[in-house]
Design a protein around this ligand. Structure first.
Ligand code: 5GP
Ligand code: ZN
Length: 113
């Protein structure tokens, strides 16, 4: 399963990515199809399919705290940013490895589309 998972392959370095932050629990890299001036994905090093399969609260905590580090490192912390966890079909989740979107660098609209 995780052998062919695209984000597991990015975590292992088998697929190149533009990493902006990493620690022992997570890797954060630029989205290849950015929807905002700053668009970074934070993923756990362990394979978790989605929020629907999340069991370890530490994984959720590491994702959110890493997102804060990403915001600080990319200069969007002051102006603000949005964190998104698309989960399942209606939300448009397209990669089945949990990933926290960090979006910023422009004003966001609400509600999301
Ligand atoms: P989702 O639609 O599942 O919430 O988000 C998946 C995101 O992964 C999309 O924004 C898409 O552009 C991004 N993505 C898909 N494949 C790759 C890849 O190989 N490298 C990177 N950096 N981003 C990817
Ligand atoms: Zn994976």
């Amino acid at each position: 399963l995780s052998q062919h998972c695209i984000f597991c392959r990015i975590v292992r370095g088998e697929i190149p990515s533009r990493i902006v932050y990493e620690n022992e629990s997570v890797v954060a890299f630029r989205d290849t199809d950015p929807r905002a001036p700053t668009h970074v994905l934070v993923v756990p090093r362990v394979h978790v399919g989605s929020v629907g399969e999340l069991e370890d609260p530490a994984v959720a905590g590491h994702l959110v705290l890493a997102a804060r580090r990403v915001a600080e490192a990319t200069g969007i912390a002051e102006s603000g940013y949005r964190l998104v966890l698309n989960t399942g079909a209606d939300a448009g989740q397209s990669v089945h490895h949990i990933h926290l979107h960090v979006l910023g660098g422009r004003p966001m609209t609400w509600p999301p589309g």
